[in-house]
Design a protein around this ligand. Structure first.
Ligand SMILES: Cc1cc2nc3c(=O)[nH]c(=O)nc-3n(C[C@H](O)[C@H](O)[C@H](O)COP(=O)(O)O)c2cc1C
Length: 177
């Protein structure tokens, strides 16, 4: 049976919950990217990051840089969590539109960053609870909502853990039971 590892970064916990659901569906071990897990015992490494300011969290980028030669010899899969409703919409044009990517584009980008053969990548809805945010994040998001979304900062909970679990099961099929 293929040995699988889910590696994630998460600032406020939602990506960790998605990572755990994927690991449960896949029958995988799970590790935080910040702990720089050893990927060598694994056949498949699933890498996950939330999107912050259009980018992936630093511990995931560090993990990918540090493990490039090992990951190149393994199968990988990638997932992201993000705010689905910040994606391109008919109401957004020009500069605003260029700042926003679809969840699938972000997930594809993470797979490319790994430099490895990706068996599948997936975007999941994340979660944002304004009262939990630290001052820097709240300030940044208040600005973002005001200038780009033209509305006050709003929380959301788009977590769909059953879908994440099912994706884990699908990955298990891809890597051969
Ligand atoms: C400061 C900040 C910046 C964010 N930037 C983006 C972004 O650029 N695009 C997006 O789709 N979602 C963005 N989000 C939403 C997060 O990706 C989403 O809330 C995610 O679930 C957070 O993951 P975590 O709970 O694991 O930290 C942002 C959230 C915060 C708090």
């Amino acid at each position: 049976m293929a040995k699988c590892l889910v590696v994630y970064a998460s600032k406020y916990g939602s990506t960790k919950e998605v990572a755990q659901a994927i690991a449960d569906g896949l029958g995988a071990d799970i590790a935080s990217a910040a702990n720089d897990p050893d990927v060598r015992p694994y056949d498949l490494v699933v890498i996950g990051s939330p999107i912050y300011g259009g980018d992936y969290l630093e511990p995931v980028k560090d993990f990918l840089r540090a493990n490039k030669p090992y990951l190149a010899k393994r199968k990988i899969a990638a997932f992201i969590t993000a705010a689905a409703h910040w994606q391109r919409s008919p109401g957004l044009t020009g500069e605003e539109d260029e700042l926003l990517f679809t969840q699938q584009e972000y997930a594809d980008g993470l797979a490319r960053l790994s430099g490895s053969d990706c068996v599948d990548c997936r975007g999941f809805g994340g979660r944002l609870i304004p009262q939990d945010l630290d001052d820097a994040d709240r300030g940044m998001l208040e600005w973002f909502y005001h200038f780009l979304m033209h509305e006050p900062l709003q929380g959301f909970d788009l977590l769909d853990l059953p879908s994440a679990y099912r994706w884990g099961e699908e990955l298990r099929e891809v890597v051969g039971g």
